[in-house]
Design a binder for this molecule. Structure first.
Ligand code: APR
Ligand code: PHB
Length: 390
């Protein structure tokens, strides 16, 4: 089989790119290791910046997001027993974010691919990249006993942090930057009314917490926990009690609790792989970079890669212009590092760090006081949270 672009990974990055390219008449195949049900069972952050939302609409996938997603003009920061509001609308000159679960984004993308008859292969085992440094790359995968070969012009590695694509770049070319935080987030999803219609990020001496939501009847809460904790260590009661301890009294008093319908621990990690292009292979999304979830930059960082790659491939196929492809890695990485900076800053501002110097605690307090007293500092936060331009 022969296609123009072979995309590895059927997460949001791979699906969005294949949908956008299909609409431009560029032929793709998506190879996904797992079943659709498995991919749609993953629960991830749910805040979309306007640039990502625009790309979803351009891909003709924005209808349900616009109907069911909630537009948020602000969020809150709880600290020292009080609650301060961050006004996204005011400090960004009219921008906002959309609260809409990433699982729903992925579901909409799959449905769009189905509608157009897009080629998405599930349960593609042993995906292997070949000759990516040549002009004739190809990819093989196994379906049962059969090995299938896909000849292509370009390979896009959108197979997430644990995928094979990044590992196909030779060791003497690939540079990796990593920071692992000494804690994780324990997340609970519950069919309860959210404690606040807007998100609350909580800085507390016992550790960070976050009150988020998927809709007005579905809540998502997180608390910072040591990496040694397991979800089984936390009964629902213990989770709610700890969350309440970290919330200002007035908020804790109106928290509605209920049985958890999902409970998991996510470690916090920052990671960047450079370059994002090697020969005919282009990396996109989590395959090349990971951020801690504070600030919800993960999906939004993937979106800028897809935007650059999509336009670069159109220029190549329409005009024979390869400037976009040649400049992809540098351009994508410039924005990736800005998302890394912001996620690190927000993580550092809000979490409790074990074994930290009292000096660092004083700086953290000062950072918070400065943020809440300075229009300029607030504008920096908001500009990054609603999304830097692509
Ligand atoms: N072969 C084929 N597919 C693979 C392989 C492989 N060897 N390894 C992983 N995959 C698939 C995964 O099963 C997954 O469905 O690639 C997909 C990658 O999807 P994600 O991990 O969701 O990454 P991405 O699409 O870049 O999404 C961006 O935004 O909020 C963040 O981390 C969050 O997933 C999110 C990301
Ligand atoms: C979530 O709703 O899961 C969520 C929201 C905001 C974040 C992280 C996670 O910063």
């Amino acid at each position: 089989m022969k296609v123009q672009v072979c995309i590895i990974g059927g997460g949001p990055s791979g699906l969005l790119l294949s949908q956008l390219l299909h609409l431009q008449g560029i032929d793709t195949i998506v190879l996904e290791k797992y079943s659709r049900d498995h991919v749609l069972a993953r629960i991830r952050a749910g805040v979309l910046e306007h640039g990502f939302a625009k790309l979803m609409r351009e891909a003709q996938c924005g209808e349900r997001m616009d109907r069911e997603g909630e537009i948020h003009h602000g969020f809150h920061i709880a600290h020292d027993g009080r609650l301060d509001r961050v006004d996204l609308h005011r400090h960004s000159g009219g921008n906002s974010v959309i609260v809409y679960g990433q699982t729903e984004v992925t579901r909409d993308l799959y449905e769009a691919r189905d509608r157009l008859g897009g080629n998405v292969v599930h349960n593609a085992e042993d995906v292997t990249l070949h000759d990516i440094a040549s002009d004739a790359p190809y990819v093989t995968y196994r379906a049962g006993d059969e090995v299938v070969r896909i000849d292509c012009e370009y390979v896009v590695g959108a197979d997430g942090f644990h995928g094979v694509s990044r590992r196909s770049i030779p060791n003497d070319v690939l540079r990796e930057y990593e920071k692992v935080y000494p804690f994780g987030w324990l997340g609970v999803l519950s069919r309860t009314r959210p404690v606040s219609p807007e998100l609350i990020y909580v800085k507390h001496a016992r550790g960070f917490a976050l009150c988020s939501l998927r809709s007005q009847v579905l809540s998502r809460y997180y608390i910072q926990v040591p990496l040694t904790d397991k979800p089984e260590d936390w009964s629902d009661d213990a989770f709610w009690a700890e969350l309440k301890r970290r919330l200002p009294d007035e908020v804790a008093g109106r928290l509605i609790t209920g049985p958890s319908i999902e409970k998991s621990i996510a470690p916090l990690r920052s990671f960047v792989a450079e370059p994002m292009r090697y020969g005919r292979l282009f990396l996109a999304g989590d395959a090349a970079h990971i951020v801690p979830p504070t600030g919800a930059r993960g999906l939004n960082s993937a979106a800028s890669d897809i935007y650059y790659l999509y336009h670069a491939l159109i220029d190549h196929y329409r005009k024979g212009d390869d400037k976009g492809l040649d400049g992809y890695s540098e351009r994508a990485l410039a924005r990736v590092w800005k998302a890394q900076r912001f996620s690190w800053w927000m993580t550092t501002l809000l979490h409790r760090f074990p074994d930290r110097l009292p000096y660092d605690d004083q700086l953290q307090q000062t950072e918070m006081a400065y943020l809440l007293s300075s229009e300029t500092a607030m504008r920096l936060l908001v500009e990054n949270y609603v999304g830097l331009p692509f």
